[in-house]
Structure formats: C-alpha cells, structure tokens
Design a protein around this ligand. Structure first.
Ligand code: BG6
Length: 520
C-alpha cells in the first residue's frame, strides 16, 4: 500500500513533523514512554516488536524506552522480565533472537502512580537528562498508553499539565492509544474530546493492529494498483461480500475485559469494520493519512443505521459451548475463569450491513466473527453475480457456483479467483476451478503488524491509524446492535459447540437472503 520505507536512521530531525505527508523522516533522539509497562501488551507485543526493530537497526539513533507502571520493580528486574518476554515471543521461530544488548541497555523503569502529578514531572526531568546524556538535540517523545482504557484520560491530562504534549524546537510529541477506544459512542466521543484537549489530532495514533497486517494493506494494492478489478467492483457485478474473522482460541484469561466487551466491541467496531472500509472505499486521491482515512470515513457514514425494531434481520449472536478444538476438549465460555455461569456475552456474531451509496446500493456485506470456531482464518470474499444467461446449466450435476474473489488475510495469505472451466475430455462438462496467488511467493513479511505500526509512529505516518471521527462513526454503526442486545438479553443466548462454525441461527440468517456462508 505504501511507498518503500527508508530506514529511520542517522540524520538528526530538525523540522517539525508533518504527519500527513506519509513521511519517512528520521527521528533521532526519540524516547518511548510506555504507561502500563508491567502488563501483558508490553511483554507480548511491544518489546518483541522493538527488539526485532532494534536488531534490524530500524529504530533511530539514541532511541530509549521508559516503562512506567504501578508495580514496584527495579530497573534490573524490568530488564530481565522484558528479556524473558522477548525470548518467549521468539522461541518458536527458526531464527530465535535474544533481546539485543542495545535495547536492553536503553530500557528504564519507573514505578509510579498515574494520578500523582509528581510522576509526570519526574518523567519530564528524566527525559531531559537522558537527552542531554545522548548529546542533546530535539526531545522527541512517544507516549504509549498500554493501560486499561479507564486510565487514558487521566494520563493524557497529566501529560498536558506537565507540558509533555508540547512540540518545541522541531521536536515531536505523540500519544498512542490502544483499543478499545471507549465503550460506546458517548464514551468514545468523550475519550476523543479528552485527548484532543491536550494533543492535536496529528499527534494522536490510535492503533488497530489489523491495519498493520501486510495482507490488509495489500487489499488497497489489489484494488487500486490493478486496473482490471475496479470496473467490476460495484453493485452491477457483485452479489454480496462476506468478511470472516474466525478464531479457534477462546477468551483465555481475558474475561475481565471480555465480559464487558463481547464480540461486537472486541472485533466488529474496529477490525471487521476496517476490513469492510478497505473493501468498499473509493480510491483516495493520494496515499497519505488524511486522504485514505477520509475515504474510509465516507464508507462508515454510508452504512445504513440498523433499525432497532428489526435487529434479528440484521444481526445474530452466539456463545460457545464446550467442544473439541484441534483435537482437544475445551470448556464452554461460561466455564472459563472469571466468566459468570449465566453470562449472556456473545462470543460470535454475524451482521449484515447495507451501504447506501451508488457503488454498493443493494449489495449486502455479511460480516461474521467468533471465538472457538473450527479454525483460525480471516478472509474477504467477493461473490460475483451469476451470468445473465447460463446455457451450461445442463453440463454439470453440481450447482453452478458464481465467480468468487477471495482475499485470504491469515493464515495462508493470498488471493484466489474461482472460475468455471471445462472438464477436459469428451462432452461438455464444466466445473469450478481456482486460480491461486499465494502471497508467500513474494517472500516472507519483514515486519509483523506491531513492528510496522511502531515504525510508522516513530516516522509520523498516520495512514494506518484510525482517525477520531472514524472511531466515532464506527461506534455509530455498531451501537444499534449493542443497544438492542443489551436492552433485550435473550432468555437463552444461542450456543454453538466449540470447534464448529457458529450457531445454527447464523445459517438461517444468511439463508433468508438467498445466500449461504462460504466454507472457510
Ligand atoms: C484483538 C482482540 O484485538 O484481536 C482479540 O482483542 C483477538 O480478542 C485478536 O483475539 C485477534 O487478532 P489476530 O491478529 O490474532 O487476528
């Protein structure tokens, strides 16, 4: 999707960044302050990504990390914990990498309370001192909120009060916010408003890690880098679009969060709607942050509000019961640690969206996602309309299938096109066959999603991050579903055995529209 990246190295940053330029400027002397550094996200995602980037010399000179959290811990203990986390993250890879010494030496830790203003003056003087030790120059700061969302407004306002939001003498100050961006439209708006009191939109990086996946970015290359798809990419030729994000994992130990979130907040408001936007958007005028995000917002605005009285025609839910996944018996959602035995939290949903614009009017977009399904797989399938007059109908015993373009996001990344072909030999028999492009043919991805996104934050390229208005529109889109389900909890939520493809009700849901789910 984007121009080849220049490595973020060597030249000192002298000018104030212009994030919308899709820029690749170096950012020497950059500090990343991670709030919530004793947590899971830091250990599982951030440090392994930083370790990989460090070993590739992709980070700017003078880069250092200050972890901040409540847990009392010495700097040495923090460094050891992070080294162990990096090793664990890479243990299954053939080229397992230890924590690079360069990163380990540049890891610091501060145990502190977020509601204490002294914490922030300490951070400020620490950053200043470290900068001086490293030869001065602009103080570029990234503040990463790897904290529970409730803590975000407090930390942001303290950063403002300590003046850490300021961009002086050509330096930058950026804040990174992890999902969930609020709990609903109102809290999403309030969170945006709080952050914008302190930081300008250009300084805010809202992470949706799906946008860091290579194959997600490749959707735009496929659509806008090739001339042959665009003429077909509309209501005249497309019958329906199916976007599926299936997971075989269960909720694990995240019940505290998941019980209040459920599948719509966890997956639809962000990842699935992002996939829908990239599939449905118009071509942006340029590949820069605002042009791309402008087009995505337009798609969200065009999604028809789901009528509260008819929710069953637009969305269905389910929850996993016990079952067998990958040959192993697994418990029901309600038997998972810290889940209520009467929980009504959906772990599966299927939703139909209508996009009211000239390109897509009348084309249903079916989105489905669930935990503990039969297999982990994510794909976007464009099902094309049947040919207007099919005179080969007699030539096959099977139902003639339509052409389908499948974009396989993960695993087994690639693109395939299902076409009808003649069976070689006497007579005229036809059969569906598949033209396949495995993405691995182009080589192995150099960077995982977090690495890619962290590098973009350092270089100030916000194209792959969600803009404030986008987050709010996404809440508007899913809110009727959340409200209808929360107001009218089902007497018994439909269940599906773990290791299957979801509740039966999902089949009749799509069946009522004359379609069926694609086999994943
Ligand atoms: C996260 C959700 O955002 O995405 C998790 O909170 C989910 O519940 C995960 O498992 C899926 O990500 P991926 O990259 O494994 O598809």
């Amino acid at each position: 999707m984007k121009k080849p990246r220049k490595r973020a190295r060597k030249k000192p940053a002298r000018e104030s960044p212009k994030p919308d330029a899709g820029m690749t400027r170096p950012a020497d002397g950059c500090a990343m302050v991670i709030f919530g550094a004793s947590g899971d996200l830091t250990a599982r995602m951030l440090l392994p990504a930083l370790a990989h980037l460090t070993s590739e010399h992709a980070l700017p000179d003078g880069f250092f990390v200050l972890g901040v959290a409540r847990t009392p811990m010495s700097r040495e203990t923090f460094r050891n914990a992070m080294s162990a986390a990096v090793e664990k993250a890479f243990q299954d890879l053939p080229d397992a990498r230890p924590m690079p010494a360069e990163l380990r030496e540049n890891l610091y830790y501060l145990s502190a309370e977020f509601d204490d203003p002294k914490t922030f003056s300490k951070i400020r003087s620490f950053l200043g001192r470290e900068r001086q030790k490293r030869g001065g120059g602009p103080e570029n700061h990234i503040f990463y909120l790897a904290t529970p969302p409730a803590a975000d407004p407090l930390i942001v306002s303290q950063l403002g009060a300590a003046g850490l939001n300021r961009e002086e003498e050509g330096a930058f100050s950026r804040v990174v916010v992890e999902k969930p961006f609020g709990h609903d439209l109102e809290s999403g708006r309030a969170l945006n408003a709080e952050i914008r009191k302190v930081f300008r939109e250009e300084q805010i990086f809202r992470i949706d890690h799906y946008l860091g996946k290579e194959t997600v970015q490749n959707i735009l290359v496929l659509r806008f880098g090739n001339g042959i798809f665009e003429p077909l990419w509309n209501r005249r030729y497309v019958d329906n679009v199916q976007i599926a994000v299936a997971e075989s994992l269960g909720v694990g130990h995240r019940a505290g969060y998941y019980e209040n979130a459920g599948i719509i907040r966890d997956m639809f408001q962000n990842h699935l709607l992002q996939l829908l936007c990239l599939t449905a958007m118009e071509s942006p005028v340029r590949f820069d942050a605002n042009s791309v995000r402008e087009e995505k917002v337009k798609v969200l605005r065009a999604i028809r509000p789901i009528p509260p009285g008819a929710i069953g025609d637009w969305a269905v839910r389910g929850q996993y019961a016990s079952g067998v996944v990958d040959g192993e018996k697994v418990p029901a959602y309600r038997e998972e640690p810290n889940v209520s035995s009467r929980s009504q939290t959906p772990t599966y949903a299927a939703v139909r969206f209508a996009i009211d614009n000239w390109r897509w009017a009348g084309v249903p977009f079916f989105l489905r996602s669930g935990k503990r399904l039969a297999r982990r797989t994510t794909e976007i399938a464009i099902e094309f309309k049947e040919v207007p007059h099919m005179f080969f109908r007699e030539a096959t015993s099977d139902r003639l299938e339509m052409n389908v373009l499948r974009l396989r996001i993960q695993p087994d990344e690639g693109i395939s096109l299902k076409i009808l072909a003649k069976v070689p030999g006497a007579g005229m028999h036809v059969t569906p066959s598949v033209m396949d492009f495995p993405y691995a043919q182009l080589g192995v991805a150099e960077h995982g999603a977090y690495e890619r996104l962290l590098l973009d934050i350092v270089t100030g390229d916000a194209t792959l991050f969600t803009r404030g208005d986008e987050v709010e529109e996404a809440w508007r889109v899913v809110l009727p579903i959340l409200e209808a389900w929360e107001e009218r909890p089902p007497s018994g939520i439909p269940t599906y055995p773990a290791g299957t493809w979801g509740p039966k009700v999902a089949d009749s849901f799509i069946g009522n529209t004359g379609r069926r789910w694609r086999r994943l």
